[in-house]
Ligand binder design. Sequence first.
Ligand SMILES: [Zn+2]
Length: 263
Amino acid sequence: MFKKLHNEAFISYKLKTVSPLYIGSHNEDSLNPNAVDNSFLTVYRDGNPVPVLPGTSLKGVLRSNSEKILEGSCDPLRNNCGKKVDRKKDDGTARYKKSCPVCKLFGSTALKSRILFGDAYPEGEYKIGARKSVAIDRITGAAKGSALFDFEYVEDALFKGNIQIQNFFKWHIKLLIDLFERINEGYIVFGGFTSKGFGRMKLEEFNIVLRYYDKSKCSNEYIDKGFYMEKKIETFEDIKNLLQNILLTKNETDRCEYNEKAI
Ligand SMILES: [Zn+2]
């Protein structure tokens, strides 16, 4: 079944590393001292290895932090919203209504995610460093004797990425604004060794393109592109000011219908 597309938001951002960043090529959580190497996760672009900040990592970090911001969020591991849904009877709207705010945006086992995170890649120059660390037991969190292993990290990099939201509400964008502010403040960090100060990042650039398919919902600030109306907001401050009156309350996140005016 195809869902009607009302609107889309396309966000482009650049995050600069403030401290070293380690995204393991095996698994972020498993700092396995027996692994052959603990190099930074890379992909090949034009035949050259390039470090990557995977969209799935970003989504995971931002989702778990959204659970702290939004009241009434489920615990995805225990009582996730997917379990509340009657898969035979509930249509998309019913599934959405039964979901907590975080699942409404990030999806669950019963609801498709509305937000897509692309992989982020460095723009321009960056540095690769290497350090030794004590191996950590994954279960106990204690140091495994004095065994040292090498790992690689990225420094002085500017990661460029994008986020897309389909059928968004204002509070979805507001949530992202809050999350990026927490990144800037150092409350949200990425990758491994964060207890050693790794993984801090800062927003350098942010812009958003809003697209509406129902032209009657758009103010005259939107440009008619034929099948849709579009508006670009160039800076983080501008979008923050536009959404300053939106509060991340239950009242706001419970909205289900597309009866809002365009921002
Ligand atoms: Zn949920």
